[in-house]
Design a protein around this ligand. Sequence first.
Ligand code: PLP
Length: 391
Amino acid sequence: MDISKRVLQMAESATLAVTARAAQLRAAGEDIISFGAGEPDFDTPSHIKEAAIAALREGQTKYSKPAHGLAVAKDAICEKLKRENGLTYAPEQVIITVGSKMGCQHACMARLNPGDEAIVPVPYWVSYPELIKLAGATPVFVKGEESNNFCLEPAQLAAAITDKTRLIFFNSPSNPGGFSYSPDQVRALAKVVERKDILVVSDEMYDRLIFGEQEFLSFAAASSEAYGQTITVNGGSKAYAMTGWRIGYSAGPVQNIKAMAKLQSQGTSGAAPFSQIALALALTSDQTAVEEMRAEYERRGQYIWQRLDDMPGLKCIRPTGGMFAFPNAREAFNRMGLSGSLEFCEKAISEAKVAIVPGAAFGSDDHLRFSFACSMENIDEGMDRLAKLLA
Ligand code: PLP
């Protein structure tokens, strides 16, 4: 029986594949150090868990009513977006999704048609091109200069826009790059898209994990025009260590959110109510745990960056947010006679027992992605092994 062309042309998630391979090797008794998953190694803070347990005890075990999200959770999301992002959204401008990945998927499905183009800045999060293709549209890749911390220049973005462009994915802080756009850079890009028939999907999963002097501005906060053209995507997975709860949200123009809600009513029927209630509490209660996790990511990020940047053949930009370091390893690949990131990662896992995600999965075969959502001991041991491999 044939599989649909839609699915045949899709790639599987490389990050999930690397994580699964590391887990499989570990189960077979191998001592693997994994830098694969962008998944917090912290547990969900206990007050959030308690809220879900209480909700379950109170009978929150049925469908989400309505499917696009419980009023109490939407109110909490509106409060968060106002308090932290300076964005005023009404509850009808919000949809709660089964993870934020689903928000990205709904945004594409509700916006794109075959023949449309969607711009994807490179390096990109693995899922963007596949979600665009799933919606029948064509991804158009625009590579940020590494000397500019991979950030797109307004002229580069302008040059990529055609009369077929309907959507742009924007992601800051970046997975995989670890870089972030400054508020001025966000405003400059917003100017390029303002008053064009282009929807910006601003993936702000790492907005709470900003390091040092870096400042964050939501794309929708760049101007009133940008606000009207942007869907802001976020969720509980990273800031609150809630990956397994499958809880995300999107906020934007009412007509887009309504279309996304229609899709959701025929798809997942919405996020689990107890996950929504837990997210509501996470967003509105004491944020000390978020700051503690952020500070620890920053500490690890600075450490892994220094170790990577000191290795022969690697050059790494300093992470300014999120949980990833993304060194350029082209010199090392050439010296070792390797074609690129895929061959290097294969060698790293089989010889050094270190799991790394190849940059090719994010649009750049010269790079390697290291998640630092793991302990300092893990980072230290992994860096020692990598140093030996590169010596
Ligand atoms: N967007 C980015 C940039 C991510 O890194 C991730 C997870 O790795 C997601 C979205 C999806 O997160 P979730 O579906 O767990 O909310």
